[in-house]
Design a protein around this ligand. Sequence first.
Ligand SMILES: [Zn+2]
Length: 363
Amino acid sequence: MKNKKRFMIDAHLDLAMNAIEWNRDLRQSVYSIRDRENGMNDKLDRGKGTVSLPQLREGNIGLVVATQIARYVEPQTPLPGWNSPEIAWGISQGQLAWYKAMEEQGEMVQITNGKELDKHIALWFDEEQDNSSKPVGYVLSLEGADSLINLSYLEKAYANGLRVCGPAHYGPGRYAPGTGEKGGLTAMGKDLLKEMDSLGMILDITHLTDQGFNEGTDMYQGPIWASHHNCRKHVQHQRQLNDDQIKVLIERGAVIGGAFDTWMLVNNWVRGVDDPKQRNVYMELIIDHFDHICQLAGNTDHIAIGSDLDGAFGKEQSPFNLDTISDLQSLENPLKQRGYTDEDIDKIFYKNWLEFLSKAWKE
Ligand SMILES: [Zn+2]
């Protein structure tokens, strides 16, 4: 069967977290995983997942940025996390081991440089081959740097294929305070950025505080992106980008991945209470965020997909007209109706990320 769907890149998925912490075998279809979780209630999103490898292939999403994620928490911190950086490192290494096992089975393939990227893209554009035989490519990213026990661990991580790091996540962080916090990068965070720069890594500014954003973009010499980030103009929360930040990112040649967490698509979403249908949260709301960035940029070069689907939430916190991640393909017509050309849609679906990576990894 030839695949007539457009190619897609999703720049933010917590695949290994779902495997290791949610105990999901992502080789199975989303529907099998939901069945398996029938009756479980240890997490809000049990039985409501939307992402797995077969659904990525079904959606012609052949390349993703996939995370390692493990937070360190001080005693009495309300956020979930691990009690020492060493434990967090261990969890992140379990996640890496899962990615490696998927590679050994031909389910996934790690992409770390321009040559591998070109080869992988050529494979996915080969229409003679069925998608079911193609490994899903992944660029390895660390979301929140807490698990790096010290900077020597960044070098170990780089040797294992890590190419992107976002120093912050939610809450206080060892390297940078994240969403919901105030203040700038810690001394360790500033050293981390210098080390990332010398390794030629990509800085993901997602989840930084406003001060952290300013410090990070001032300090960092190398490539910067915002893997999963919407606009504060439409959702009034520090988690989203304000216009000044968007302008800085445009100036730096960044790409901003539109996220599909309902909390990031509408104002005042109440987690665990609100219902996507009742709040009328549908996928196409992302186009308002895209439009706004395009107006500030004067072009369509800086928008793309960073869905964050199954990022510790499932269907209960995803647009009501999205059943699985493969439904992202249905954005094509609404984008056309909003005036985006064929070329613009390809840019949003994959070309902007592809170009960013090709440029970042030029020898
Ligand atoms: Zn995130």
